[in-house]
Design a protein around this ligand. Structure first.
Ligand SMILES: [Mg+2]
Ligand SMILES: [Zn+2]
Length: 184
């Protein structure tokens, strides 16, 4: 089964270069609710994969991060697009961990927990590291222009305005390929 992987900051919620440090700073783009409604109707697992080095840096308290993700899970459910898993890398880039995107461990962890075929799954991100991770795993990559979407980086399969446009593009691709859960 394929899945839909979403980056968080700059895709679902408004990007801040100084880290989203608290629940009060966690605010959605206007088109996010509609995007989740479309994605939920596709009946594929939705997985959020996010680098949160602010944890290791001591900028983002773990309790605040947990509160953001509780809010996100509840809102996504209410919008009609429940999130199957939120995978987090809390490490500093200098730690050279195996999970910070563009490394692929977070995707592989979700894939084994949820029986997801990564090749042919969808990845929506704003940062070059998102697209790079998706490419390494043979995913269909969509890059939004929100957040860090204007930074130079590897070529995505699709460039879209925002998460809502990404959701519509994924829906169109799945309709073209026939059954939603058929392989790529
Ligand atoms: Mg991002
Ligand atoms: Zn990590």
């Amino acid at each position: 089964m394929r899945a839909i992987f979403l980056d968080r900051d700059g895709v679902i919620n408004v990007y801040r270069s100084d880290h989203v440090r608290s629940l009060a700073e966690f605010s959605y783009y206007d088109s996010t609710p509609g995007a989740f409604a479309i994605l939920g109707a596709l009946r594929l697992p939705i997985v959020v994969v996010t680098n949160q080095s602010g944890i290791a840096r001591g900028i983002v308290p773990e309790t605040e991060l947990a509160a953001m993700h509780e809010r996100l899970q509840a809102d996504a459910r209410a919008w009609g697009g429940s999130i199957a898993a939120v995978e987090i890398c809390p490490h500093d880039p200098a730690a050279r961990c195996a999970c910070r995107k563009p490394a692929t461990l977070l995707f592989e962890r979700a894939a084994s927990a949820l029986a997801i075929d990564l090749a042919g799954s969808f990845l929506v991100g704003d940062a070059p590291s998102d697209i790079e991770a998706g490419r390494r795993l043979g995913m269909v990559t969509l890059r939004v222009q929100t957040g860090r979407g204007a930074e130079p980086g590897p070529e995505p399969d699709h460039s879209v305005a925002d998460l809502l446009a990404a959701a519509r593009a994924i829906r169109a691709m799945l309709a073209k390929s026939g059954a939603n859960d058929r392989g790529p």
